[in-house]
Design a protein. Sequence first.
Lengths: 452, 246
Amino acid sequence: MKHPEAAAGFVADSAKSSWHDQALWGVRTKRDAAVSAIPEWEELREQGARIKAWSLAHLDDLLVQFEAQCQQNGIVVHWAADGPEHNRIVHGILAKHRVKKLVKSKSMLTEECRLNEHLEAQGMEVIDTDLGERIVQLRHEPPSHIVLPAIHLQKEEIAETFHKTMGTPADMTDETELTRAARKDFRERFLQAEAGVTGVNFAVADKGIVVVCTNEGNADLGAGLPRLHIACMGIEKIIPKFDHLSVFTRLLARSATGQPITVYTIHFHKPKPGGEMHVVIVDNGRSALLGRKDFRRSLGCIRCGACMNTCPIYRRSGGHSYMATVPGPIGSTLAPSKDPKTHDSLPFASTLCGSCTDVCPVKIDLHQQLLAWRGELVKMGYGDRKKIRSMKLAGKVLSSPTLYKLAGIGARIALRGPRFVLPSEAKKWLTNRDLPPVPEESFRARYRRHQK
Amino acid sequence: MRVGLFIPCYVDQFFPSAGMATVELLENHGCDVAFPEAQTCCGQPMANAGCSGDAAAAARHFVDTFSGYDYVVSPSGSCVAMVKHQYPKIVGNAASSVVSKTYEICEFLLDVVKVTQLQASCSKLVAIQMACHGTRELRLATGSERPALPTFSKPRQLLEMVDGMQLVELQRPDECCGFGGLFSIDEVDVSCAMGDDKLSDFQQARAELVVSTDMSCLMHLGGLSSRQDRGLKFAHIAEVLNGDWA
């Protein structure tokens, strides 16, 4: 299935689609309010963009520096070329410690690598501890948003899930009560866990520090209680200096939810006394993306989700319609670099309105990348072949004044005539929309009279 | 000052009054307007479909047709953004003879002609449909995404010069209408949902007339409104500035 069909399914429930749109627009509005309180916001974005650009240009040196600093701090560093290697490494560390139960805070990287499936297949129990992620885990669904994983669900649906899986009363739909039930369930699981896996928001090269940002404190508890902590990160999470960190912590939460800062921002410097800390650094297609001039800036993404909240298509079509680990505008530029055939409709799931580019806290030229991807995909032989053939014809007609005039006359006659002679594109337009009344004269005919 | 007028292909065929209003506005403000008959299309439909090779022929033709004028002016922010932002990528240096002198009509009137008053009136309650490429590529107005910057809006500034102008305030003033060229066909369901939401926003603000810098948004919104008998009217901003909606 491609995006238009998946989107049509979500939009068909217009009440839910509209609720989803308004919920996310609410987040966008909070972001706007937080941004207006920072007069230097645009300069801050510029700083963020420049630090990321510099980091990506010096990634090789910074990663080596980060590894050395981590080792000095007593953190064990592992390198994984792809998802399967990452999963093997994580499993290896857990197996060595005979771990059967682990807790995991939010990490889009482990979603990307499908770590949970891998560990579960080997008999381990993985509990996602971000509340939204836990909800989708209980429903055997992927997250539909990178910051708000269960935003596609209304509280009644969550109540039903909790009723089935945790035995809460069927009619308990109050948000606070549902959250309390989840917290009680979580508490036991945190205490039983033998290891904690976390993602990484920022990896500080000059100090060998791993920074994790959450609102629920679940990463702190998950990494702090068990003896073993494994932090998984993509190579692009590096920032050069500790001094740069505040630029990103100021940008991240304001862009994500309109908060001045995430409720918890933990800096992991070294293993806890008597414990072990591991960092797994993963490539999985990132260095190939770094080699693509038009698209490398997408590696600067700090996963705030602002482009999703602002995207008028995402808000109405829902995150699952993208069928990619990361949905929305950033996902639509990341996914084709991994698998262009599967994701060839995503760069077209955009009006190129440019709102994503303007909210991005690190100034990724998202809508320009989506446009550039369209060209790449057509060159690679993907996309709608019929449309591409008609574009070839349009290119010929629209570069020749004579053919253009004839086509204009033809179109005006055809649109006055019976509808069955119209091409399928015009029919699709006409399913929900009228066409403008066809005027007696074209502009150029009127202009000729005006000149006389 | 010799102004070469670029009328987008679909405006030429379907919205001649938007084109004529642009001609009259420019002439009334002392511009020597010429409409080169050889013009066709800026090439945006092909470029946005990923067929930049097919767009290049149209782009080169545009450059050949317009390079001799002092200015190129068009009643479409989207086509102008195509020329200014995409031509350098598609046809390289050849674009340099048109890129810096191509203007959307509102920015041309304010920034080049320096219009400070208009001979026009309007009695309707008017909503502005801020077209995306005008807002976020040409920066005709401060986008709602950048609230830390000083607020301005060129279309609003011009409309406020119209006698009796009553502008209504929208809940989402620069949300995309959902047209997006071929998007309106490829993603017809999302496209129409977006359009419906815009129409509801216009109506909750009690707008009677919706104006835009781009007829393409209005073709989509007008098509939806007419199918649903919403009773809204739509006009290109040039028509209102020219006094056609007195």
